[in-house]
Design a binder for this molecule. Sequence first.
Ligand SMILES: Nc1nc2c(ncn2[C@@H]2O[C@H](COP(=O)(O)OP(=O)(O)O)[C@@H](O)[C@H]2O)c(=O)[nH]1
Ligand SMILES: [Mg+2]
Length: 294
Amino acid sequence: MLDRLRKRLRDVVSRGSEGFLKIRELRDHVFTALAENDVDVETADYVADLMEKNLSSLGRKIRVEDYRNALKKSLLELMAEYVDPSDPFREEKKPFVVLFLGVNGGGKTTTISKIAHLLRKRGRRVVISASDTFRAGAIEQIQMLGDKVGADVVKQKQGADPAAVAFDAVNRAKARGFDFVLVDSAGRMQTNKNLIQEMKKIKRVAKPDLTILVLDALTGQDAIEQAKTFLEEITYDGVILTKLDTDARGGSVISIIHQLKKPIYYIGVGQAPDDLIPFSPEWLVEKLFSNETS
Ligand SMILES: Nc1nc2c(ncn2[C@@H]2O[C@H](COP(=O)(O)OP(=O)(O)O)[C@@H](O)[C@H]2O)c(=O)[nH]1
Ligand SMILES: [Mg+2]
């Protein structure tokens, strides 16, 4: 996981042991290592500054271990702000309605089934609104996933109004005393005004208590730009990052966290219902520095 960035960081640390442990040079190494691994320049600069500050405060000759620790500390500092220790699924009302947004293929539907599974394990009753009425096969996909995790699925035909499906789902939940409504949606390219209008309509009609942006952690700067544009048009409360199990350009996750400035609730680490874990900076930083070779 996150192999390339991890290897590069390891490289830098071992180069440091060759004797040039000057703060300024270490700063440049870190900046380059991050920038070469899909961390955007602004974020790489930010981390490098934090590290420089952390090293400077030591006020003594820098050892490799100091360097490694300062870098870990800097990454933890960067991420710490975006951990929301409270449970996002806080059920302050019944049903508690959660809307999931994000571009196609990002992992919305899979994530909804994981969240449904999590809530079912807590003994909660869950309705899923099949509000991706756009993509062929989407309704069948969510019905299958809903069956698998024991959630009810409210659906209409392909092409139906997504907001109307969400409306039905909320009403069904109210009538039958369900605890949660999880509203799926179609992948929206935010450049398409009609689609943005459609999302706004879902929001007006379903009145979500929580709106979550689902983002593929590996798509890098593109995903960030999409997410920022989303935020200009449709407000959301927090983020779930997916696909952190797939080997690739791990650094983008650092950029996403730094640039979106929203809490990261969970991360997806696979395709199965249990492959969802609460976001933990410690977990992520350990992965970056782990010695496993792969
Ligand atoms: N490896 C991995 N694959 C994932 C994860 N989340 C979603 N996927 C896969 O990504 C693809 C797109 O997911 P889907 O939920 O249909 O995306 P949607 O278009 O946003 O609804 C599917 O093949 C999923 O199995 C994850 O955390 N890890
Ligand atoms: Mg989907």
